[in-house]
Design a protein around this ligand. Structure first.
Ligand SMILES: Nc1ncnc2c1ncn2[C@@H]1O[C@H](COP(=O)(O)OP(=O)(O)OP(=O)(O)O)[C@@H](O)[C@H]1O
Ligand SMILES: [Mg+2]
Length: 270
């Protein structure tokens, strides 16, 4: 691993309780793109479906410890971390057992802070510059843990008719987390996914979303691209499977925007 940096770690949670909007695809490919531009990235798979783990080629046999062990306090986060085939991109894998966490932590007063507690040592250590957390399609204890642990939320929105539906619920959850668990939680941005330029509905939805969220929406739009959807079945990020395809190139652009937003933020704070 390259030399540690003096930069503080940024923890971004990829969340939208709507299913199939591109959360995992964004977590994998943004993570890969950030690693490609020299960031040191840890992707935390916080979805019992384990799609981020599988999509990065980390099958069940390679998951010695998982986020389940970490949230249950049995293992540290670093003990669960595995390297991926992408230099600079590590993974804390998931497990179907994760779906039991809600019940198992029900009586625990710190149940919403398990991930934050697990991440604290990483903030001190400086090995990583970005942590991305892939959330399940639900506003459950896993998503709340991720939001309580994060610095900012990145919301993927699919360019389809019901894109904005359910978003007020997501925003309300972010407000609740701010009020009770994590006052510093910001919104890094909203990314439009699966944009189909042959479909006028896509551009209509994109306009609506920009009208609603203004500059919070990234300039970069992720196109619907078959190479992006094929890549996970090969256990590879799209950027590794086909770097030249439009989807991979869009994720590289998105990574640049994410990094620029972080740079601007630090400048304002300085
Ligand atoms: N840009 C894209 N072009 C084509 N297909 C895409 C694109 N982004 C995502 N997909 C496909 O859409 C489906 C849903 O994407 P993904 O798994 O990333 O969504 P998700 O929000 O993580 O889903 P879930 O809510 O189940 O976790 C997948 O089959 C994925 O391959
Ligand atoms: Mg997913």
């Amino acid at each position: 691993m390259p030399a540690k940096s003096d930069r503080s770690l940024r923890v971004l949670v990829v969340a939208n309780q709507k299913g199939g909007v591109g959360k995992t695809t964004t977590a994998i490919n943004l993570g890969t793109a950030l690693a490609a531009v020299g960031e040191r990235v840890l992707l935390i798979d916080s979805d019992p479906q384990g799609n981020a783990s599988t999509g990065l080629g980390i099958g069940r046999a390679l998951r010695k410890y998982t986020l389940y062990d970490v949230l249950m306090g049995e293992k540290t986060l670093l003990e669960a971390v595995v390297k991926t085939s992408v230099p600079g991109l590590h993974l804390a894998p998931s497990d179907p057992d994760l779906s039991g966490v809600e019940m198992e932590l029900a009586q625990d007063a710190r149940r919403s802070f398990k991930l934050r507690d697990a991440l604290d040592p990483l903030r001190e250590a400086g090995d990583y510059t970005y942590v991305l957390i892939d959330c399940p399609p639900s506003l459950n204890v896993l998503t709340v843990n991720a939001m309580a642990a994060a610095d900012a939320v990145l919301v993927p929105l699919q360019c389809e008719f019901f894109a904005l539906e359910g978003l007020s619920q997501l925003m309300r959850t972010i407000e609740l987390v701010r009020a009770s668990l994590n006052p510093k939680l910001e919104i890094q941005g909203v990314v439009l996914t699966m944009y189909d330029r042959r479909n006028s509905l896509s551009s209509q939805v994109a306009n609506d979303v920009r009208g609603h969220f203004g500059e919070t929406v990234y300039q970069t739009v992720i196109p619907r691209n078959v190479r992006v959807s094929e890549a996970p079945s090969f256990g590879k990020p799209a950027l590794v499977y086909d770097l030249a395809c439009a989807g991979s190139q869009a994720y590289l652009k998105l990574a640049r925007e994410v990094v620029l937003r972080e740079r601007d933020r630090r400048r304002v704070l300085a």
